[in-house]
Unconditional design. Sequence first.
Length: 406
Amino acid sequence: MFSVILYALIFIFMPAVVLWMCKKVNFLGKIGPILILYIIGVLLGQIPGLNNEATFALKDKITTIMIPLALPMMLFGCQFNFKDMKGVGKSLIAGLIAVIVATTLGYLLFGSRVADGPKVAGLLVGCETGGTINMAALKMALDFPEERYVLLNSYDMLICFLYFIFLLSVGIKWFRKVLPHTDPALQQDNSAAAKGAVMEENNYKGLWSWRGIGQLFKILLAVICCLVVSVLIVAIVGVVIALMKGDPITLKTVTGSFGAGWFMPVFILGLTTAAIAASFLKPVRKLTYSYNIGLYLIYIFSIAVASMADVTKLNFGQELYTLLFLVCIIFGSLLLQLLLSIILKIEADMMIVTSVSLINSPPFVPMMTSAMNNRKVLVPGITVGIIGFAVGNYLGVLAEQLFALF
């Protein structure tokens, strides 16, 4: 019980401490709060005695709840423009091609030496085009052993952590030098109305004033409305699928009508649609604290998800080729996507959020857009991830069938 309370307090207040430190210490400010919280989270996850089934359940609940709350809040604070969707198609195709080619090369070099190599390749193709949800779905589809799935997921988290460290430390700066890039600050609307509707990022001054508290209640009400709309969208889709199957309309048949791994993509799609629609309403545009409150929830998500990694359970000696296979897929696809982006003249930030959305899924997009200080690629990044959800399972099954022929 003590460890659960301690973790809850750390998750809630550590982001505030880190934000304060980033403002006071110039060096930490350059690193950024997300990378610092990610490192702190990983270190917390290795402390013996603090990590048990109860604390893991807490971490799982926090990481599950934070994104549905934070996502609409951050979208409320975006000045959505259809011009921001420019280049999404090219970037998505480049990202998918990069993952497929990197997986093929990785399989030829390392994957063929891994036990159940074709199945592992199938799971990883699905995972790196749609996130862990696709990996879980493919585990059932390909009848992959539970114990090996847990290990594979742990290795994926480890390599993805190194991937994030690279992007947050030097990757963003390097890619912005190589690819076309316009400073997001220069793209802001300078009209008086826009200035009044947007706060400086990480500025929480006045939040606990009467005005700020009143706005907080309005933000929560708007989020609840979006969640209700999203649930209705999921229910409608479930009813339609049940009717197409000829099943009776009951709660069990409607909720079970989605294939494995499809509930969350439909839910996120509905939530994103509702939040974008709400962002066009004048009362919502006046909620100037919404983006920063959502951002704080992303900080909580960052430290919580990083603390779930337990490196003590990894056997690097026995699974060396699995690790190398993952490194080849994740970092190889990043390199290939960079080369394709140079050829196709894709902007740096669009290329980065595409990679993050495919490899780690849409929930990680807000974290990366915050690190890049560019809200304009939030919606395009989520869009890419949702499409990745949709195609990832098909690509995973196809990859397993093809690699089994080698």
